[in-house]
Design a protein around this ligand. Structure first.
Ligand code: XBP
Ligand code: MG
Length: 241
């Protein structure tokens, strides 16, 4: 039995709604730069979000809609280069202030810091995307608030695999049951639960209505959630298991 010792945050959809107006736009700009007429509209992007990771998402799109394109001898290099350009566009978008934090996030993080609660990040997105978002939306030094940042390709199997959460837990040197994960998607929830971490879900624009069975709470956002509420939700879950 543990008291709550660390919060582990997902990034995309949890800290900020980054997908529709951030990642999606950046992918489309990278396709245009490469002279490709691919356009991921909002609905199509929702479908492509079933696969986490940008390079993985491009491959999934091609396999599904343009399978002959994947036969090109330079396909692997093209995916890599498209993704690098996409990251440049995404970083620029975040730096322009296009992606604010979701309601309640900053207040909760401020409270957690004041209380000395440990904080970490577990995400499938590229490390650069995380640092730029923290700096632009929280504070120039916000990266240092998070003891461990697990991101991108540090583990080969992305969410819903548990690997990124397990990687973070090892570095925090904490048991899963002493942590609370904050997630927004079914892929993220599967990942944190498979690592054994109690998880609170805040639904995001693309994940609303997904099956969040196994979460200890599902909320529309963190607007009304203070640190005391998280401790209460966490404690209630302990006593019921
Ligand atoms: C986030 C993602 C990411 C971004 C793209 O999932 O799926 O892949 O869409 O990031 P989660 P990159 O919130 O579950 O971690 O292009 O940098 O891979
Ligand atoms: Mg997410």
């Amino acid at each position: 039995m543990h008291t709550l010792q660390a919060l582990i945050f997902d990034v995309d959809g949890t800290l900020a709604d980054t997908e529709r107006d951030g990642h999606r736009i950046a992918f489309n700009r990278a396709f245009a730069d490469a002279g490709l007429d691919w356009q991921w509209d909002e609905a199509l992007y929702g479908e492509l979000l079933t696969v986490t990771g940008g390079k993985e998402r491009i491959r999934f799109f091609v396999d599904r809609y343009l399978p002959e394109f994947a036969q090109r001898p330079d396909f692997a290099a093209l995916v890599k280069s498209l993704h690098a350009t996409k990251t440049t566009h995404y970083v620029r978008l975040v730096e322009s202030g296009a992606l604010p934090l979701r309601p309640g996030v900053m207040q909760l993080i401020t409270e957690a810091r004041a209380a000395g609660l440990r904080m970490a990040i577990a995400t499938t997105t590229t490390p650069e995307n995380v640092t730029v978002l923290l700096r632009a939306s929280m504070a120039p030094e916000a990266v240092s608030w998070f003891e461990v940042i697990g991101a991108g390709d540090v583990v080969p199997a992305k969410k819903p695999a548990p690997d990124i959460y397990t990687w973070v837990l090892e570095r925090l040197q904490l048991p899963a049951s002493a942590c609370l994960a904050l997630e927004d998607s079914v892929n993220g929830l599967k990942s944190s639960l498979a690592a054994g971490i109690p998880t609170l879900v805040t639904e995001s624009e693309y994940t609303h209505g997904q099956d969040f069975s196994g979460a200890i709470a599902v909320l529309p956002d963190l607007a009304e959630t203070r640190l005391a509420d998280l401790h209460a939700i966490f404690g209630k879950n302990l006593s019921s298991t």
